[in-house]
Ligand binder design. Structure first.
Ligand code: HEM
Ligand code: HEM
Length: 210
């Protein structure tokens, strides 16, 4: 049964690539190619996050925050007798980490725009950071490490669910399908995803990078 639309899957695997580029370039000497790589990967992450938030409001059922973000009762129930293999989308516990990752990635990319190392490399809006430049740069560096840790944890948990518990999460994020779902979720058209993405991406890219 189809649970993830093509847009979410492309979003996810693009995010993996640009996150690795942002994290890798963060620890190289940031001028020339590595500075560019960090800036472009970071701005791409910013665009992906804004698109994901919009898709979480108007997109496919499994992408919608109102569908997968659940209260403490649902999380407790899932912990007691839930089965990740049967969830047609994020499970109620995984949903928390999804929201945390999205919010923190967005905050990280926004702070990066205002960050500066005071020597070679500055975010494109660092001139406008005023007295906040030092604080935002410090937070950006700290949250960068937290995000790398969270991403590693995320990959370990997904692999555990997929390999040990055989819940099919990884396969579903690649093929979009999962065998055990009870009811097919309503998936929105890829054209709608694209119609949101193209003006958003070009508008933000132009506004930030000129
Ligand atoms: C090769 C490494 C990775 C694998 C195998 C992987 C796998 C997955 C899988 C299977 C899901 C769906 C979980 C579910 O069914 O509830 C997922 C969701 C997610 N992953 Fe990854 N992931 C990887 C790397 C990353 C990285 C580096 C990031 C960003 C730091 C990331 C961010 C996310 C986010 C934000 C979601 C939620 C998707 C959404 O609803 O928008 N992942 N990942
Ligand atoms: C979510 C995506 C991003 C991640 C994961 C990330 C990660 C990091 C990390 C870990 C560092 C610290 C490296 C160190 O300790 O030497 C760093 C530094 C920096 N980042 Fe990002 N970054 C992201 C997005 C951005 C964006 C969009 C910009 C601006 C275009 C940016 C601009 C900077 C700057 C100027 C520094 C240098 C700070 C300094 O060395 O004092 N980052 N980034």
């Amino acid at each position: 049964m189809k649970i993830w639309d093509i847009a979410i899957r492309l979003f996810h695997w693009t995010l993996v690539v640009v996150f690795i580029m942002a994290a890798y370039s963060a620890f190289q000497d940031k001028f020339g190619i590595y500075a560019d790589m960090h800036t472009y990967a970071g701005v791409t992450i910013l665009i992906l996050m804004v698109w994901r938030i919009l898709w979480g409001l108007v997109g496919s059922e499994t992408a919608r925050f109102s569908q997968f973000v659940r209260g403490p009762q649902a999380i407790k129930g899932y912990l007691q007798h839930g089965d990740a293999a049967k969830c047609a989308g994020h499970n109620p516990l995984g949903a928390l980490s999804v929201v945390a990752m999205l919010v923190l990635l967005l905050a990280q990319a926004v702070m990066g725009l205002f960050a500066t190392d005071d020597i070679f490399f500055s975010g494109p809006l660092s001139d406008q950071a005023g007295g906040w430049a030092g604080t935002l740069t410090r937070w950006h560096k700290q949250l960068g490490l937290v995000l790398i840790g969270l991403a590693a944890l995320h990959v370990l948990v997904v692999l555990y669910y997929s390999v040990v518990k055989k819940a099919g999460l990884l396969r579903a994020m690649i093929s979009g399908t999962k065998p055990a779902a009870k009811r097919a979720p309503v998936l929105k058209s890829s054209w709608l995803a694209l119609a949101i993405f193209v003006p958003l991406a070009s508008g933000l890219w132009y506004a930030i990078l000129g």
